[in-house]
Design a binder for this molecule. Structure first.
Ligand code: SAH
Length: 252
């Protein structure tokens, strides 16, 4: 089995594929000016659509939900199938590094726990041309909560995601690229456990039995366990932050 297929299988049945909650999605949405039935939201790296669902049920906008894993998008379609707003959601299998959209067409980019896949700065640079002038972006990204931290956790995250930095550094990147920050907040601890790590821990247990004779899968599962253990140990040093910003000028 390919690594990516296994990763998809491991996360497919979860409510979310990264830290977050409906409350935090809604909190970020309160900073975005009213959207209309003519507005286009693009939810990039939407996974199985936890945020897409909240955005559709709390706005009148049309939503394009993008992910590169078709199975996740199928799950999203099942999730919204019985809602009265499902006609406003369209899914599209796309690579977030090469969006296939008209330039200057988006009113709001939404992206929870996903931009790190192509890097925060690179992602913002790539997505900005698809946003209308004065359009908004709301995205979550892993950040250090303090300037200093123990070497073990610093080295772990630096080697897994070299762009991890403090909130201030992220804000500087946003401003340099021509975004005006409207607000930010860090995700509370329960956002990591409730919809993400705790369900993941249960699946890891189950999969250790299911794949008992597949050493490469067991190895992968133990890496996931290490990530969770480190979070438990060092959670006061990092979290996700949600940034809400307006696209006001060209990149510098
Ligand atoms: N926003 C969702 C999922 C976060 S996990 C949530 O918060 O629950 C990150 C998502 O990004 C996954 O669904 C993964 O399939 C998707 N992804 C990773 N790299 C991608 C790429 N290059 N293009 C499109 N989607 C990608």
């Amino acid at each position: 089995m390919e690594y990516i297929d296994f990763l998809a299988e491991l996360h497919l049945d979860a409510v979310r594929q990264g830290p977050g909650s409906s409350e935090c999605t809604l909190r970020a949405l309160t900073h975005v000016p009213e959207l209309t039935a003519d507005s286009l939201i693009v939810d990039i790296g939407c996974g199985t659509g936890a945020s897409t669902d909240v955005l559709a049920s709390n706005t009148h906008a049309n939503i394009l939900a993008i992910d590169f894993l078709p199975n996740f998008l199928e799950k999203l379609k099942t999730r919204i199938s019985d809602t009265e707003y499902n006609h406003r959601i369209v899914t599209s299998v796309q690579d977030m590094a090469n969006l296939e959209l008209p330039k200057a067409s988006i009113d709001l980019i939404w992206s929870e726990g996903a931009i790190y896949n192509i890097g925060f700065e690179n992602g913002l640079r790539k997505w900005k041309p698809f946003m209308k002038k004065n359009a908004h972006i709301a995205l979550s990204e892993i950040v250090w909560l303090s300037d200093d931290r123990p070497k073990e956790i610093n080295d772990y995250w630096k080697s897994n995601y070299s762009e991890i930095s403090t909130v201030d550094e992220k804000i500087r990147v946003l401003e340099r690229l021509g975004f005006e920050l409207l607000d930010y907040f860090t995700l509370p601890e329960h956002c990591w456990w409730d919809n993400y790590y705790r369900p993941l821990q249960n699946r890891i247990k189950e999969y250790k039995n299911k794949y008992v004779d597949k050493p490469e899968i067991l190895e992968f599962l133990s890496l996931e366990e290490i990530e969770i253990e480190l979070y438990q140990k060092y959670k006061s040093y990092y979290s996700y932050a949600f940034f809400i910003a307006r696209n006001h000028s060209n990149s510098k």
